[in-house]
Design a protein. Structure first.
Length: 70
């Protein structure tokens, strides 16, 4: 399956579809408990990561929101 992840063409071998949870594992995403996932321009609810399906051609962004400052 070919998709765009954080602006880069990415291939996940052996799969035509994956849930967001499976994609996080397949791509070894750092800190998966803290990542926000945008799929084709829509922010996905963490509670739906097991049900939402990613297909070839989709655009996925992994976002990390950090607090801080003075």
């Amino acid at each position: 399956m070919n998709l765009v992840v954080n602006g880069k063409e990415t291939s996940v071998d052996g799969r035509e579809t994956l849930s967001i949870s499976q994609l996080l594992v397949a791509l070894n995403v750092a800190d998966p408990l803290y990542v926000t996932v945008e799929l084709n321009g829509d922010i996905q609810e963490r509670s739906a990561f097991e049900q939402v399906v990613v297909r070839g051609g989709d655009k996925v962004e992994f976002l990390y929101f950090m607090g801080g400052g003075r």
